[in-house]
Design a protein around this ligand. Structure first.
Ligand SMILES: [Zn+2]
Length: 478
């Protein structure tokens, strides 16, 4: 029912913009799409949907994971002429199923299961370049448009199941059978021509961004084989129908393109290891599997990512000291690589020894202003070291860069509460809930912040504005 509500919201927004999907004679594609689904409406729908999605799905909040996926995403955006004036937001979902999807408003999600199955940065970039093209070509809006002769209830059902489908094929299929079958299927699947267009554009984007343009077809080939051998229905393939023909076509196209490789598989493999360490699972067999792998190499020939993954795994099993030793060694060998030094710092902070890492974090913080991963780790270290005021200064300064990210408000509330700023704690908790999609929770926190007298008129005005904003949105959703 939850998704039904979102679909209603989308429809409401469409109606409010005075563009009810009911007309029979449609003018040419481009202008009619802008009328039916103007970009600003698409953005608003996307923003709200993203906040709701956070409530339903485990979006990875780790700054290093976010930094990686955004760096990769925006490098592709910079290489796609049509993408430059659009907004984008990339995120990873902590889910082992293989999926990637684009939502209205330039939100592009990739499941960790898909990332684990990519063997190079160019392969992951291939999927993302393809999804970016779906956004720039406005395929989602176009699909809505082609269905605009449908009755409104059918359209709502279609949008609802389409949105479920973007996350989970099984749930999407279940939703379809309970809501409506038939007509909806055509809307959920990207059409063949949309797929071909996204492939074409994506391959060119890959090459101009410095990735191997064969990355896309290689990865698609692997997904196709995986679905054949495992007999499983891959979520990605149910929204992006794949066949051998299409793969051959994209391979041929890629072969004709020149590129200057900038792909970084060293960091890609470290990113994959870090991401794996967030999957909720039994780490004992994972550790044994690592040990089998490690035994195959002579000590000085062990691949770095393997050793890194092993350190993160044993740390999960509370072997902190041993993990720390490995990370210290890797950190010494690669002093500028953040994956090693920040993982090491985290173990030291969690172990109650922030003092040993704080000086080096402070140095990194000043050398890399605005870096999310460094800033957040530094703030955590300061907090653990009881330097609450300095931690707050660091967080406040960083806030404008990440103000729509729920995670920043959690640590902020903790720092504020330790500084006795209880009204601010309510505000931060409210913002955390708001950006996580919990409107009524946010509202009650903001109201809490208004209780009692505040000497700061700006604070009161700000909270009042927040309350009004949430109330307006709640009204919309109803
Ligand atoms: Zn596609």
């Amino acid at each position: 029912m939850y998704f039904y509500k979102i679909a209603l919201l989308i429809l409401l927004l469409l109606i409010q913009s005075g563009n009810v999907a009911a007309s029979n004679n449609l003018p040419d594609m481009g202008s009619s799409i802008n009328k039916l689904f103007p970009l600003n409406i698409e953005q608003e729908v996307g923003d709200q949907y993203m906040r709701m999605l956070r409530q339903q799905l485990p979006v990875v909040n780790d700054p290093q994971i976010r930094d990686y996926i955004n760096e990769l995403g925006f490098r592709l955006v910079a290489a796609n002429e049509d993408a430059k004036d659009r907004q984008f937001y990339f995120f990873v979902i902590n889910d082992a199923s293989i999926n990637a999807f684009a939502m209205p408003g330039g939100y592009i999600g990739v499941n960790s299961g898909l990332i684990q199955n990519a063997e190079s940065e160019s392969e992951l970039a291939g999927v993302m370049a393809h999804e970016i093209a779906h956004v720039t070509q406005r395929h989602l809006a176009r699909r809505l448009e082609t269905q605009s002769q449908l009755s409104i209830p059918t359209m709502i059902a279609a949008v609802a199941s389409m949105l479920v489908m973007t996350q989970n094929a099984e749930a999407g299929i279940a939703a379809m059978t309970t809501i409506q079958a038939g007509a909806t299927q055509t809307m959920i699947n990207h059409t063949r021509s949309n797929e071909a267009e996204a492939d074409r554009i994506g391959i060119v984007t890959l090459a101009s961004a410095g990735y191997n343009p064969l990355g896309m077809s290689r990865f698609f080939e692997r997904l196709l084989q995986l679905s054949r051998y495992s007999g499983k229905r891959l979520a990605f393939l149910s929204t992006h129908p794949l066949n051998q023909n299409r793969i051959t076509e994209s391979r041929d196209r890629a072969m004709s393109l020149k590129f200057k490789s900038k792909a970084d598989n060293f960091n890609f493999n470290l990113f994959k290891e870090r991401l794996s360490s967030f999957l909720p699972r039994d780490y004992k067999p994972v550790k044994r599997a690592f040990e089998v792998q490690l035994a195959k190499f002579k000590p000085h020939q062990i691949p770095t990512s393997l050793e890194f993954g092993y350190a993160l795994t044993i740390n999960k099993l509370n072997q902190h000291y041993k993990a720390e030793k490995i990370l210290q060694k890797l950190s010494n060998r690669y002093p500028t690589n953040l994956y090693f030094s920040l993982a090491l710092a985290e173990i030291q902070i969690d172990g109650g020894n922030p003092q040993v890492t704080i000086t080096s974090l402070e140095k990194k913080y000043h050398l890399n202003p605005g870096n999310d991963s460094i800033t957040m780790t530094y703030a955590r270290a300061l907090l653990e070291d009881d330097q609450v005021k300095l931690a707050l200064d660091v967080l406040y300064e960083h806030l404008p860069k990440v103000e729509e990210e729920p995670f920043i408000y959690e640590i902020m509330a903790e720092a504020q509460s330790r500084d006795g700023l209880f009204k601010e704690v309510s505000e931060s908790t409210g913002l955390h809930l708001y950006y996580s999609g919990d409107l009524s929770g946010a509202l009650s926190q903001f109201k809490q912040a208004m209780i009692g007298r505040s000497d700061d008129p700006y604070f009161n005005a700000r909270i009042l504005a927040r309350i009004r904003k949430v109330q307006r949105e709640m009204l919309h959703n109803r």
